[in-house]
Design a protein around this ligand. Structure first.
Ligand code: ATP
Length: 451
C-alpha cells in the first residue's frame, strides 16, 4: 500500500489536502490524473445506470432517472432518516495519549497505542467508557449560529431521492418499478479516517434507489445483487480480489430478513500487507422505511397509485449504494503491477475505457520533421480523446511516464513514418510494438477506446 500511495503522490493522482500546511486528516485532493480517472469511473456508472441502463429480468431496459440534490437540506430530513438520532459510532478516548478510537476497533479494551502493555495491565491505559459520537458534520445557515439555524452536510446522497419522490411522480411519466440515481459528495466526521482514501471525511458516492411493488422484492434484490457485482467486474476488478458477502441474519434489519436481504461487494485492499476484504458497495432491501419516515415527518402524501394493479401503496426500495472514492482506490490497487523489466519498475494496468490518458504521441527524435508530423496526429486525436503529446527526454523515459500513468497505447513517429507513412504503436501491458498506417490511427483508437 505504501508503494501505491507513493506512486499516487508522485504522478499526481492523489495528494493529502492542504499539504503545505501539514495536511488535514481525512481529506484528500485529486490531481490531474486522479480526477480524470475518478471522473471516468463516475461517468461509466452514470452511463451504465442512467443513460444506457441494464435490462431488467423481463429483458426491458430499466427506467432510471438522474437527480442532483443540494448537499445541505432541511434539517428535518435527517430527523426523518434517523441520522440525527442514530448515525453514530461508539468512541473511546485514551486519557493518557489523548487518542480517540472506535470502540469496535479496540481489542481487549486496551489502548492500541500501548501494545507493549501486558494483559492485566491494560486498566492503566485510562480508557474512557464508550460514548456515542454523531458522524454528521454540523454547520449553520444564515447569520445566526444558534440551534434554530443548525444544518448538516449530507452523510449520504440517498435522502434527496426520497424527499423528491413526489416531484418525480408529478413531473415525469414513470411507473413502478423505476429507479432514481444520484452521485456526489458525502461528508462523515469519521472518528478514525484511515487507509488512504478508503475511509475519509469527505468522499463521493454513487447511489440508486429502485422503487418496486412490495411483492416483487424477491425478484429485484437478487437482480441488483448480481448487476452491481458484474458492474465492478466490468471495470476490471475481477477474480480473487472481488467478492459478494451476504450479511449474516443477525446483521439484517427485520424487513430485509424476510424479503430479500443485504450484501456487500467487497474488494481485497492491500492494507497493512494483509489481504482483507472491505466494502465497496452495499446492496440493501430497505422496504418502504424511508418513504414512510418522510411521509410521517413532512406530512406529505407519498403514496403511489399503481394503475396496472389498481392499488395505492408506498413503494419498497432496493438500494445499491457504492463508494466512488473507494472504487477509485480499488481500481488503482488492481491496476498497480510491479514489473522489474521496465525502467519505471511498475505500470498501471487500467482498462482503456477508464484510463486517464488514452494514448501518448511522440516524435522519436526532435528533428527531421518528426515533431511536426507527431503534432499533427496529436491535434487530430485531441478533439476526441484525452491524448498527450510529449517530445521531452528519451523515448524510454517517455514510455516509462506513460506506464506509470496507465496509458494503454503510445504512437511514435520515426524515420519510417516520413518515408512509409506508418507509426509504431506500443502496447502498455506487453510492451510489444507493431507498425500501423498513420491514417489508421483514428480507426485504431475508435476500436480500442470507442467514441
Ligand atoms: P463503512 O461500514 O465502511 O463505514 P457504511 O456501511 O457506513 O461503510 P454506507 O453508508 O453503506 O457505508 O455507504 C455506501 C458506500 O459509501 C460504502 O459502500 C462505501 O463505499 C462508501 N463510504 C462510506 N463511508 C465512507 C468513507 N468514510 N470514506 C469513503 N467512502 C465511504
Amino acid at each position: 500500500m505504501d508503494d501505491i500511495v507513493a506512486l499516487c503522490r508522485r504522478r499526481g493522482f492523489i495528494w493529502q489536502s492542504s499539504e503545505i500546511y501539514g495536511g488535514i486528516n481525512g481529506f484528500w485532493d485529486y490531481g490531474p490524473l486522479g480526477v480524470m480517472l475518478k471522473n471516468n469511473i463516475r461517468d461509466a456508472w452514470w452511463r451504465d445506470m442512467v443513460l444506457c441502463p441494464p435490462q431488467g429480468p423481463d429483458g426491458q431496459p430499466l427506467d432510471i432517472l438522474g437527480l442532483d440534490c443540494s448537499i445541505i437540506s432541511h434539517p428535518k430530513v435527517w430527523e426523518a432518516s434517523g441520522h440525527v438520532a442514530g448515525f453514530s459510532d461508539p468512541m473511546i478516548d485514551c486519557k493518557e495519549c489523548k487518542a480517540r478510537f472506535r470502540a469496535d476497533q479496540i481489542p481487549d479494551s486496551q489502548c492500541p497505542l500501548k501494545p507493549s502493555k501486558k494483559p492485566g495491565e491494560h486498566d492503566k491505559c485510562k480508557l474512557t467508557d464508550a460514548r456515542q459520537f454523531n458522524l454528521m458534520f454540523e454547520t449553520h445557515t444564515g447569520a445566526l449560529k444558534d440551534d434554530d439555524n443548525k444544518t448538516y452536510l449530507r452523510p449520504e446522497t440517498a435522502q434527496g431521492m426520497f424527499f423528491n419522490f413526489k416531484n418525480v411522480l408529478d413531473t415525469c411519466r414513470v411507473k413502478v418499478p423505476f429507479g432514481l440515481a444520484q452521485l456526489g459528495k458525502g461528508f462523515r466526521n469519521e472518528i478514525t479516517p484511515r487507509n488512504f482514501i478508503f475511509r475519509s471525511r469527505e468522499f463521493e458516492m454513487m447511489e440508486v434507489e429502485f422503487f418496486i411493488h412490495p411483492s416483487t422484492a424477491n425478484e429485484w434484490y437478487p437482480f441488483w445483487r448480481k448487476t452491481r457485482y458484474d458492474w465492478w467486474c466490468s471495470l476490471g476488478l475481477a477474480g480473487s480480489n472481488l467478492r459478494l458477502r451476504d450479511h449474516e441474519k443477525d446483521e439484517l434489519a427485520h424487513y430485509a430478513r424476510d424479503n430479500g436481504g443485504c450484501c456487500d461487494v467487497e474488494y481485497a485492499f492491500p492494507f497493512s500487507g494483509e489481504k482483507g476484504f472491505s466494502e465497496l458497495e452495499g446492496i440493501a432491501y430497505r422496504s418502504n422505511f424511508d418513504l414512510t419516515q418522510h411521509a410521517k415527518t413532512s406530512g406529505a402524501k407519498l403514496e403511489y397509485f399503481d394503475q396496472a394493479r389498481n392499488e395505492r401503496y408506498l413503494p419498497h426500495v432496493v438500494e445499491p449504494a457504492a463508494g466512488l472514492t473507494r472504487g477509485l482506490l480499488a481500481v488503482i490497487c488492481e491496476a498497480y503491477t510491479p514489473d522489474a523489466t521496465r525502467p519505471s519498475g511498475v505500470y498501471m494496468k487500467f482498462q482503456p475505457r477508464i484510463a486517464p490518458i488514452k494514448a501518448g504521441i511522440f516524435p522519436l527524435v526532435n528533428k527531421d520533421g518528426m515533431p511536426e508530423v507527431a503534432e499533427k496526429l496529436y491535434k487530430e486525436l485531441r478533439g476526441k480523446y484525452a491524448v498527450q503529446f510529449d517530445e521531452k527526454q528519451s523515448i524510454g523515459k517517455r514510455y516509462a511516464r506513460m506506464d506509470e500513468a496507465g496509458t494503454p497505447f503510445c504512437f511514435t513517429v520515426d524515420g519510417d513514418t516520413l518515408t512509409g507513412g506508418t507509426v509504431t504503436v506500443r502496447y502498455r501491458d506487453t510492451q510489444q510494438q507493431e507498425r500501423i498506417g498513420i491514417d489508421k490511427v483514428p480507426a485504431f483508437m475508435a476500436e480500442k477506446i470507442g467514441g
